[in-house]
Design a protein around this ligand. Structure first.
Ligand code: MG
Length: 198
């Protein structure tokens, strides 16, 4: 499997597909082991790199991952099969904001790593699918160092996107339902858990 992981890293670099930084996925894999996490929902599969590594963290970790881009979805499916992970990873081809998950299934971990401008929407939609002792982890909160610098950015699109991530960070800090810790790991991670009085 190690070779396949390296191949995926090369593929992502060659085609400019954003995949999670090594330090960040190492942190998440450790978190999965330490918290006995079994059911994982990932928003934004890309080519399946993080889904495969999360699913391989422990024997009983299962991942449902959602991807809206067809080419990435196909690549993800292919990689999941090549790694022999088809029984541990369920890949869904749809926009995460349109998916209707069964309300009976709740997850130990939800990993948000899709369109950065939609983070608040993903969080608000998917918190209902999180167990009482579950965790929501979000990636790319530094966005290559741009976050916190939006007033200096000239490109309108980039500025808008970075402002949305800044808003998401404020949303997490002020959240009445969740406590969030922020980690300066990789491109910036947050770890949110329900407040105690839930
Ligand atoms: Mg990411």
């Amino acid at each position: 499997m190690k070779e396949l992981i390296l191949e995926m890293e090369d593929y992502a670099q060659e085609r400019n597909v954003p995949i999670i930084e090594k330090k960040s996925i190492a942190f998440i894999m450790k978190y999965i082991k330490e918290h006995n996490i079994k059911s994982i929902l990932e928003i934004g599969s890309a080519i399946g790199y993080s889904a495969i590594l999360m699913a391989s963290s422990t024997e009983d970790a299962f991942v449902t991952t959602i991807e809206k881009d067809e080419e990435r979805y196909m690549e993800c499916l292919k990689n999941v099969k090549r790694c022999g992970m088809d029984k541990k990873i369920n890949v869904v081809f749809q926009d995460a904001l349109d998916v209707n998950l069964s309300e009976e299934v709740k997850y130990d971990l939800i990993f948000i790593d899709a369109a950065k401008g939609q983070y608040i929407k993903y969080f608000e939609k998917y918190k209902y699918f999180l167990k009482d002792n579950g965790t929501i982890i979000t990636d790319n909160l530094k966005f290559h160092g741009y976050v916190g610098q939006s007033n200096k950015i000239e490109s309108k699109n980039l500025k808008g996107l970075v402002q949305k991530i800044e808003n998401y960070i404020e949303f997490l800090k002020d959240n009445p339902e969740f406590d969030t810790k922020f980690y300066d790991i990789g491109d910036g991670l947050s770890v949110s858990t329900w407040k105690n009085d839930k």
